[in-house]
Structure formats: C-alpha cells, structure tokens
Design a protein around this ligand. Structure first.
Ligand code: HEC
Length: 136
C-alpha cells in the first residue's frame, strides 16, 4: 500500500467524520431552536400573552419548514440507520404548518381552546417523531 494512498485515505476518513459530526451538530442546533419556540409559545399560552404565543408560532412554522420540510436534507442529517425515516420529517412539517395556521386564525377569545389544542398537536408531532427515531 503506497504512502500516498494511505495519506489520502486518512484525509477522506477525517473529512467524512468531521462532516457527519457537523451534520449531527446542525440537526441538534436546529432542533434546539424549534424547542425554544415551543417553550416561548407555551409560556405565551400559559401567561395569556397572545402576541408572544403568536410570534413564537410563526417563527416555529418558518424554522420547521426549513428543517423538517426539506426531506433530502433530513435524510442526510439523520443517522444512517434512520435515514429512511426522513419522510416522517416532511409529514411532521405539514402537520406543524397546518397547526401554525390554526393558531394564527384562532387567536380570538372564542377560539382560544382551538389555538391551544393546535399547540398540543405540534407537541405530539415532536414526540411522535422522537419516539420513532430514538431507541428509547
Ligand atoms: C423528523 C423527526 C423529528 C421531528 C418531527 C422533530 N424532531 Fe427533534 N430530533 C430529531 C432527531 C433525529 C434528533 C437528534 C437525535 C436525537 O437526539 O435522538 C432530535 C433532537 C431534538 C432535540 C435535542 C435533544 C437533545 O438531545 O438535546 C430537541 C430539543 C428537539 N429535537 C426538539 C424538537 C421539537 C421541539 C420538535 C417539534 C417542534 C421536534 N424536535 C421535532 C427528530 C425530530
């Protein structure tokens, strides 16, 4: 085995390890963002701060579409043995987008319950996917 081959093999290995580590980090980073919006939205609903809940819902919708709505990217970001579950991401993105719409249109006093239920449905979509992609 030539020295040159060994060096390039090591380089490829190092690069791909770094790339997959970065992929994992990105996913986690973006997920933490989603979680922050969920927490803010929950605070908005609990405190009765409509604007807080609404802004967080809108921001969540945008971020979720960027991350979960991109099936190809999710396929690359998921661990290899879970890549086939990337389709769940786009399904979840649709579900989240629909519920963000419900929240936006149900913010008057009469339909506050509808908005809060939509928030809980989003929460369920997060947990459903986590249960599917994780081993616990
Ligand atoms: C496509 C499936 C999927 C959906 C939908 C999803 N997640 Fe995730 N989430 C993952 C994966 C995969 C990871 C990283 C691997 C892991 O932590 O097991 C992750 C990680 C996280 C983490 C980091 C956890 C840690 O270990 O620190 C948080 C926080 C998080 N997600 C929040 C959310 C929230 C909030 C939502 C809903 C708005 C959501 N996720 C929706 C798949 C998903």
């Amino acid at each position: 085995m030539g020295k040159r081959f060994l060096i390039s093999a090591i380089a490829v290995l190092t690069l791909s390890t770094a790339a997959s580590a970065a992929g994992q980090y990105d996913l986690k980073d973006n997920m933490l963002k989603l979680n922050t919006y969920m927490k803010t939205m929950q605070a908005g609903f609990i405190e009765g701060d409509k604007q807080k809940a609404l802004h967080a819902a809108e921001a969540l919708g945008v971020e979720s579409e960027k991350l979960l709505g991109n099936e190809e990217m999710m396929r690359n970001k998921l661990p290899k043995d879970k890549a086939h579950k990337a389709r769940i991401a786009s399904t979840s993105a649709h579900l989240i987008a629909d519920n963000v719409e419900i929240i936006k249109t149900s913010m008057d006093n009469v339909r506050r319950d509808t908005a809060q239920n939509a928030y809980l449905d989003i929460q369920r979509a997060c947990m459903r996917c986590h249960n599917l992609v994780r081993d616990w």
